[in-house]
Design a protein around this ligand. Structure first.
Ligand code: 13P
Ligand code: SF4
Length: 365
């Protein structure tokens, strides 16, 4: 019989310094059996304990290759689901705080996407005309939908290659849930804006006419990231007035207007690599989450590089922030006792179809 679980309440009031020492000790006792994956938006007190860090694509590859029995995912819910789908059946994926979701992922759900697919069939046969593409920021059942309909998953770092593959299969793409990643990528591939329509999931037929749907190449779900929508083109204009030599770099979840003004667009991993590789003396304005930007600014300051946050107001991902040292310590000390708390397990039916769509992605890009 395994020991009873240690209660979260015993950890909630610990201060960060106590957690720090105990996390290091628990990791030592779990060596070889547990790997911690950390997304770039995690706060410093958690991020420093990650064995592997990365963007969504890199972390999904790490999860697929992990040897350890336990994978503790310091990120958000959809990331832990992907880790569970891609890891071996005997491996266990743990999300330290189950409330760490993604508000953008929640903007699409299976009922609404299936309704969209039915409504599209009033205009053309979607199964022969449309490749469904889901951004990795989505629930497992939407990845499964893509798996069943010969569709695919993409991330912010491979969206272009995935869209190229998708258009090679069929004439049109239904892209969900992030309209901005879809529009920014489509535009850079040469698709004119008038061939990209926005599917308003609150309205019948997405609020679109049959003629609009027939001429569209890319049908974009009307989802967005509440963090990245805070960055505005006027923030860039104002900054460039003061420092015209600045290089602007943005995540593709930013609006089209912001990405049009950026010199570089890419995933969190791309942003880090680009600024790290830049020449000393350069100045950067960065449009992505605050924890990443602050950490990068500290890292490159000694090399004479200046990194600034794009918005004048604080934009943190509140759900990424839910994973604190107290929750991390709680799951690790339970593992030391042989107890698994907060396991993420995708039902096998969905996992099988979602795996198809994820494997297609890993093969294409
Ligand atoms: P990356 O895959 O670029 O890390 O993006 C994940 C994300 O959720 C950005 O908001
Ligand atoms: Fe989701 Fe936006 Fe947070 Fe990324 S930053 S996890 S898209 S809410």
């Amino acid at each position: 019989m395994s020991a009873p679980a240690l209660a979260l309440q015993q950890f909630a009031l610990l201060d960060d310094a106590d957690c720090e020492a105990r996390i290091v000790a628990a990791k030592r006792r779990l060596a070889g059996r547990c790997v911690i994956l950390g997304h770039h938006y995690q706060r410093d007190e958690v991020f420093r304990h990650a064995d592997f860090t990365g963007d969504s694509l890199k972390l999904s590859r790490e999860a697929a290759q992990a040897e350890a029995r336990y994978i503790v995912f310091c990120g958000v819910h959809f990331m832990a689901e992907v880790a569970d789908i891609l890891s071996r059946p005997e491996q266990v994926v743990i999300l330290p705080d189950l409330a760490a979701g993604c508000s953008m992922a929640d903007m699409a759900n299976l009922v609404a996407v299936e309704r969209c697919w039915r409504e599209l069939s009033e205009v053309f046969d979607p199964d022969t005309t449309v490749t469904p593409v889901t951004y990795i920021n989505s629930a497992a059942d939407l990845k499964a939908f893509c798996g069943r309909h010969n569709g695919i998953v993409c991330t912010s770092s491979n969206a272009r290659a995935i869209l190229e593959w998708s258009f090679a299969q069929r004439d049109k793409v239904l892209f969900f849930p992030d309209q901005h990643l879809g529009r920014n990528t489509g535009y850079r591939m040469g698709i004119p804006l008038d061939q990209m329509v926005t599917w308003d999931f609150t309205r019948p037929m997405g609020g679109l006419s049959a003629a609009e749907l027939r001429q569209a190449k890319l049908i974009l779900w009307k989802g967005f990231c509440s963090v990245h929508q805070m960055f505005r083109p006027e923030h860039i204009d104002r900054f460039l007035e003061r420092y015209p030599e600045t290089q602007v770099i943005a995540h593709p979840e930013c609006s089209f207007a912001v990405c049009q003004k950026a010199h570089y667009i890419g995933s969190t991993e791309f942003i880090l690599k680009t600024v790290r590789a830049a020449a000393p003396g350069t100045r950067w304005l960065v449009g992505t989450e605050l924890n990443l930007v602050n950490r990068l600014a500290r890292e490159v300051r000694p090399q004479g590089k200046e990194v600034h946050f794009m918005s004048p107001t604080v934009c943190m991902c509140s759900t990424m922030y839910r994973t604190d040292p107290q929750h991390l310590l709680w799951v690790l000390e339970n593992l030391v006792q042989g107890v698994v708390v907060n396991r993420i397990q995708v039902p096998e039916g969905d996992a099988r179809s979602a795996r198809l769509a994820l494997h297609r992605m890993l093969q294409v890009a």
